[in-house]
Design a protein around this ligand. Structure first.
Ligand code: SF4
Length: 223
């Protein structure tokens, strides 16, 4: 992407919420983090827990967003959604935050091309399994773009999802590229069963539970 100029700070993004919480689901889980949730998503996963981000939101300039982030005094920032890559100005925000010395995580759904994302950003790509209803939309060419600082996540809702994820892990050699995370769909997939499958297959993944939901409950927003 092109170099950012001061005027680019007047560009806008539609934001659903900005909040400070514990990072709940990645290799960064447990760390204090500022979250920026962008409005809009072009998927409709069956188990979506952030449907309120499809349409609700307000426009802010990048300058205002950055000032709010700086106000938290926390150097870890995660840009999420919805699907954050749907708004092209997000690239300017990510670049600016990296320049300011923030450690920037991007959570994206796997249906968007990630090749334009600033190389300093750590991308967490959530590859949608079949029970999401959206697995056909995954862009497999993204795999070539990933490096060891990135992460791939599979949210598993049933045995079919598990076998689908296992096949992708093996076919693309994902553990040799970056960390591979596997989590049960909250309140749908039994954690102990998923753990047993992973152990039985010696699958080289990192199992995860959504820590923020365990701390504050599944319905709480802004955590
Ligand atoms: S990608 Fe995320 S925000 Fe979009 S429908 Fe799926 S779970 Fe919901």
């Amino acid at each position: 992407m092109q170099t950012m100029h001061k005027t680019d700070l007047q560009r806008t993004l539609t934001i659903n919420e900005i909040f400070y919480s514990i990072q709940g689901e990645s290799t960064h889980a447990g760390r204090p983090c500022v979250f920026i949730r962008l409005t809009g998503c072009n998927l409709r996963c069956t188990y979506c827990d952030t449907a309120y981000a499809f349409y609700e939101g307000e426009k802010f300039t990048l300058q205002t967003i950055t000032e709010r982030i700086q106000g938290y005094g926390c150097k870890l920032v995660e840009i999420t959604g919805g699907e954050p890559l749907l708004q092209s100005n997000v690239h300017f925000l990510m670049e600016y935050l990296c320049e300011l010395g923030f450690e920037v995580l991007l959570e994206t759904g796997g249906q968007m091309d990630i090749s334009d994302v600033d190389s300093r950003v750590r991308r967490i790509m959530d590859l949608k399994c079949p029970s999401s209803g959206e697995s056909e939309k995954m862009l497999w060419s993204n795999i070539k773009q990933l490096n060891s600082a990135d992460e791939i996540k599979f949210v598993v809702g049933n045995r079919g999802d598990y076998l689908w994820a296992k096949e992708k892990i093996e076919r693309y050699g994902l553990p040799e590229i970056c960390a591979v995370l596997m989590a049960p769909v909250f309140n749908q997939m039994d954690s102990a069963t998923l753990a047993a499958w992973i152990l039985e297959d010696r699958l080289p993944v990192r199992m995860q539970l959504q820590m923020h939901k365990l701390i504050w409950g599944p319905e709480r927003r802004g955590v």
